[in-house]
Write a protein of this length. Sequence first.
Length: 441
Amino acid sequence: MKERIIQFGTGNFLRGFTDCFVDRMNKQGIYDGRIVIVSPTDSKTVDVLNEQNCRYNLYLRGIENGKEICERTEIHSISRAINLYKDFDDYLELAQNPDFRFIISNTTEAGIAFSAEDKLTDKPAKSFPAKLTQLLYERYKTGLKGFVILACELIDNNGKELEKCVLEYARLWDLGEDFCKWIADENDFCNTLVDRIVTGYPKDEAEQLCTEIGYDDKLLDTAEPYHLWVIEGNYEKELPLQKAGLNVIWTDDVKAYKKMKVRILNGAHTSLVFPSLLCGIETVKESLKDNDLNTFLNTCLFDYILPTLGDNYENRQFADAVLERFANSYIKHLWQSISLNSVSKFTARVLPTIIDYVKKNNALPKTLVFSLACLIEYYKTKDVNDDKSAVEYIKNHSVKDILSNTELWNCDLSDMLELAENSIDKIHSDGLREAVKWALL
């Protein structure tokens, strides 16, 4: 098969997400293309990939449509891997191949950043956008068409932010207005939203799984069955992801889907984290097995979050999938990890639902305000990992002062004072578990 996709990133996520999608299309006979992986860092994974002829096994494990599944697929979608710190010329040669059409990237949230210290003559430049600009400039000089660039980094407007950085380098390096025009006219930097929990190399199970496979797979990867890829644009004819049966959405705007993910998935996590921790429960899966907390979660989702977001088929389907994902017995998702930086998380993920619910119903959503009260109680009594000034303020001020502090929440929450104080009083007088039941009344 021809090499048609350049991928920046060797990590578990893309190998458990886009690389298995391409493998699926190839095996169905509806696509004919392989991926060249480029390591944006001096990664040893490049050597491992090439040693294994870029084949590896992916296990999808969890609950899908109410059924427990465990499926293994040997992935063959990658043709080779390039370490551009050792083989920079091989990297630039990719620009000469007219078959390359798509570029996929996942270089972490910090990967899309501009640095004025990068130079065109660096081999390679330091930042990922600068490395990409070096490749695009080589492509431009050949006279070939540009690329469709699918940025998978977890930042807002990931594709457009990447394009902005590339254009900054073009100007910094004096590459000319014609090149800048070629970037804008011949390349499509698509914003995307990705969603799948990829749990990566299963260290504790690797020996057993490799025995089942029949060889030592150092690239063994694991992930949940659920996946969602929302892409601004529509290249289904060239990259038939939907035809392959994948949960891929081509759209004009990813914002509505990001709002859905943040309000439902992230909002559910943030609403449940402190009631669970105050009950002494360590993982998401354990919370779903607890009758009180499971009811609490469902109330947050179906009584408050969905009605304000829009209780349509798509949102409800996503919410149902979230509950299956939370119950995945293969994923040990620790509440302590989810609790990091919860003040900003609550502000972004839950507070908009509270505000929208009050506007719509002229009443407070009781369980969501209760979760805020649990956050305050936890911050006052436990060691937490968050902005130091925020932690100190909550520990040393009254609930009234905390709720009225606009620097914490970006707005005044004094209207929640009575319910928040009653919630904390209930926790102190009856214990957290009885307080959770009270919040459900």
